[in-house]
Design a protein around this ligand. Structure first.
Ligand SMILES: [Zn+2]
Length: 280
């Protein structure tokens, strides 16, 4: 394992076979609790050798789709169904998730702008450091589920940083198509070096993210896209048995697009919560 000065400690043993759940404890000494700690929910489902996967949601606390879907997955998935290990972090920035906010009420930290983190920083920086320095080095894949949160809504979509080799690019596009969201795209270092996407690239961990609608609510349609797509991708990488079934795209209708760059900009003069951000 690479650098690890993290003070965070998991209650569960990621090397043990079977299904475990508990908390990652983040020491938090404050006026009302000298030896208090922040509980970050975590689960590990392991069955022998196979792909090592990290599933994340609640990177932003007001993005509920992934948190709901991964909570359901923790309750339903059994070790006998999988090969390898799936670590599930359903509410990664737990203080933000408890507050229903994009950022942490403890330090205003935006987890997905906090990587590589700081083991001696505030709670959000410490969570980022733990994910980058402890969890990612023991994983082959990380899938991170976002949405528009309270301030915007996305067309349900999947994305990843553009892989740098021809073979990895082909595998990446296969993964995006297999996930089967209505839209998929590749990004070139969008949002800089402080995202989980960048952390995964630094760690050499294959990454895919999704933006599942949002608007401060959860729709059954967005959940269906996430849950069905995740099962297909877990099958594709060999964590679930069987043949990966492609989503039904009519020939020529697939909108998986390889974009050169994605940038986000406010639409001048717009104040609508639904339309004040756009991709181009
Ligand atoms: Zn997000």
């Amino acid at each position: 394992m690479a650098r690890s000065q993290s003070r965070l400690a998991a209650e569960i043993d990621f090397e043990r076979n079977g299904k475990q759940h508990g908390f990652i404890r983040l020491p938090y000494s404050v006026h009302r609790s000298a030896y208090g700690w922040i509980p970050i929910p975590v689960a590990s489902i392991k069955n022998g050798k196979g792909p090592r996967i990290l599933l994340m949601a609640g990177n932003h606390g007001d993005e509920y789709e992934g948190q709901v879907a991964l909570g359901k997955l923790i309750r339903s998935l059994e070790p006998a169904e999988i090969s390898g290990r799936i670590i599930i972090l359903p509410s990664a920035n737990f203080p933000a998730a408890m507050a229903g906010m994009r950022t942490s009420p403890l330090d205003e930290g935006n987890l997905n702008r906090s990587f590589p983190g700081d083991p001696y920083g505030g709670p959000t920086a410490q969570i980022a450091d733990y994910i980058e320095s402890v969890l990612l080095p023991q994983c082959d894949f990380v899938f991170d589920f976002h949405s528009g949160g309270s301030s915007l809504t996305y067309v349900p979509s999947a994305l990843m940083r553009r892989p740098q080799t021809t073979a990895a690019l082909a595998q990446g596009i296969e993964m995006l198509r297999t996930f089967g969201a209505p839209v998929a795209y590749l990004v070139d270092a969008a949002l800089g070096d402080h995202t989980l996407t960048a952390a995964a690239a630094r760690a050499g961990v294959r990454h895919m993210s999704a933006e599942l609608a949002g608007g401060g609510q959860v729709t059954p349609a967005a959940l269906r896209i996430l849950e069905a797509g995740l099962r297909r991708v877990l099958t594709l990488v060999g964590a679930l048995g069987g043949e990966p079934r492609r989503p039904r795209h009519r020939p020529g209708s697939c909108r998986c697009a390889a974009l050169t760059t994605m940038s986000m900009r406010p639409i001048p003069g717009s104040s609508s919560r639904w339309s004040n951000w756009a991709t181009r």
